[in-house]
Design a binder for this molecule. Sequence first.
Ligand SMILES: NS(=O)(=O)c1ccc2oc(NC(=O)c3ccccc3)nc2c1
Ligand SMILES: [Zn+2]
Length: 261
Amino acid sequence: AQSVWGYDSDNGPERWHENYPMAKGDKQSPIEINSKDVRHDSSLAPWHASYDPGAAKTILNNGRTCRVVFDDSFDRSVLRGGPLTGAYRLRQLHLHWGSSDDHGSEHVIDGVKYAAELHMVHWNPKHGNFAGALKQPDGVAVVGIFLKVGKTPKPEMKRILEEIDNIKTKGKEAPFQHFDPSILFPKSRDYWTYQGSFTTPPCEECITWILLREPIEVSPDQMAKLRSLSKNVCCPGFWGYNQACLASVCEDKKTYLAVIA
Ligand SMILES: NS(=O)(=O)c1ccc2oc(NC(=O)c3ccccc3)nc2c1
Ligand SMILES: [Zn+2]
């Protein structure tokens, strides 16, 4: 259906601008980062996150990704420093992944596509609410963490991925409490930063990106678990990058259904 955006040829990034004019902006994300073009800015401070584990509320499968939602009704879980002025409130975190380990991240670093990319979305309370913050260049700050498949997976990722079994179908939401997402941060706080946008519609150019240089590791079966989320939502919705794997699964199902039919 043309009306719903996605990653197919008829509703993909090349056509998002038809419904979301911002998609044709000059500060669109994601981008490729080439170390040779990166400039060191000595005026940048280190960034700091101080999250309250009690702020975690629910985990939901919105038909595109799995999203953990936090209480952002006051400065309870905030991100400060780095390129930011003031405290930005953590609203949600979600992931982007692909159908195989050689792709899936949205940002590409020196030609490297990681298996997945985790986004922690924060907004600037000086703009009143999230919807207001979307309209401001300093409205939103997203910390991006790259995930690569390895042998020493981060045990903390387990918590999110274990929950996936409870939100198998689109629209499913489950309680997700007592969770401090800063346990997902890699050892190094090194980061790249740039002014960009939402990587999916509405593509608003309101994001200060803070991309962590050091990836975290997940195990092969943790990646499979993430991809399994796609398997159970075989609908033409807007799955995003995992559209490919969903399509393959759908394809299989269709073929399978065709066989049944
Ligand atoms: N990949 S991204 O650039 O981080 C990205 C892209 C698109 C997004 O839409 C939203 N909406 C909410 O969080 C939201 C949460 C609750 C209510 C309304 C909106 N967050 C996004 C982050
Ligand atoms: Zn994202």
